[in-house]
Design a protein. Structure first.
Length: 288
């Protein structure tokens, strides 16, 4: 029995040794380099690499930034504004770094770790803050476009029903104010340089990426190409846009009601309870 146990242990040990022998397989680069590094340095490098990757994904490539800037620019596609946006990010990073250094010196003195942390946090916060401002501006502009679309579609329907063609109706409507009219003026300017009208509208819809406006442009293109009554199509698109805006406002009102419960539950209600219960408790203590 003892010989069998010893034989089993010897066989298992031999199998483990054979499994650990690197025969016919290449050793990874990190396995060859890590033994020569200080403990923890590889972990720090991996952390920095992951942080840089996440930061790059958050900032987006130049094309992504250009697409967001194109929503704010009624004429160009936003590519020429990318260097300016990057310069603003650098300025924001420098300003936030200076503020972080000042706070670190006031709070921790000349501690090198605190100064380095303040520089890193300030630089990344400034860059991400400028990007957050751009995202907020893009969302605000798209909300303005959706809000203006029903009125613009109704005016286009009235102009077309009065006998004007699509280009003349767009010229009349684009004379108004607002980001949607400004974008239409930019599209009509490209039409004057030789771009087909439907192509200019499709390019504008692809640049803005606003679903109601994209649906309206698609419906106009289909109506023009198929010969359908354009005034009815525009009235239907205006009704759809108005219903979508009504749903958005209803959802926003619902979210606002939920947010209004926070100060009521955690601020006003405890105060009312304290003022209602405390006099009674004090009177009971006086009675005893």
């Amino acid at each position: 029995m003892t010989g069998a146990v010893l034989g089993l242990l010897a066989g298992c040990g031999l199998l483990l040794v054979l499994a650990g022998v690197p025969v016919g397989r290449s050793v990874p680069l990190h396995a060859r380099v890590l033994p020569y590094l200080e403990p923890g340095r590889a972990d720090r490098r991996d952390l920095l690499r992951r942080t840089a990757t996440l930061l790059g994904r958050r900032l987006g490539a130049g094309r992504t930034v250009a697409e967001r800037l194109a929503v704010l620019d009624p004429v160009t596609d936003g590519t020429d504004r990318v260097p300016g946006h990057r310069a603003e990010q650098v300025l924001w990073a420098c300003a936030a770094t200076a503020v972080g250094l000042l706070l670190a010196v006031l709070a921790a003195g000349a501690n090198p770790l605190a100064v380095l942390a303040a520089m890193l946090v300030g630089a990344s916060g400034g860059v991400l803050g400028r990007d957050a401002v751009l995202d907020a501006a893009v969302r605000r502009r798209r909300a303005e476009l959706v809000a203006e679309l029903p009125a613009v579609a109704e005016l286009l329907a009235l102009s077309v029903a009065a006998g004007e063609n699509v280009a003349a109706a767009l010229e009349r409507v684009a004379a108004g104010r607002g980001p949607l009219c400004e974008g239409l003026r930019g599209a009509l300017g490209r039409v004057r340089t030789g771009t087909p009208l439907l192509d200019a509208l499709t390019t504008l819809a692809g640049r803005w990426q606003v679903p109601p406006f994209t649906r309206c442009v698609d419906a106009v293109c289909v109506a023009v190409e198929s010969g359908s009554p354009l005034a009815e199509v525009l009235r239907a698109q205006a009704a759809d846009a108005r219903d979508a805006e009504h749903r958005r406002l209803t959802e926003a009102g619902g979210r606002a009601e939920v947010r209004m419960l926070v100060p009521v539950v955690f601020g006003i209600l405890p105060t009312v309870v304290v003022f209602a219960v405390y006099p009674g408790l004090a009177q009971l203590q006086l009675d005893h």
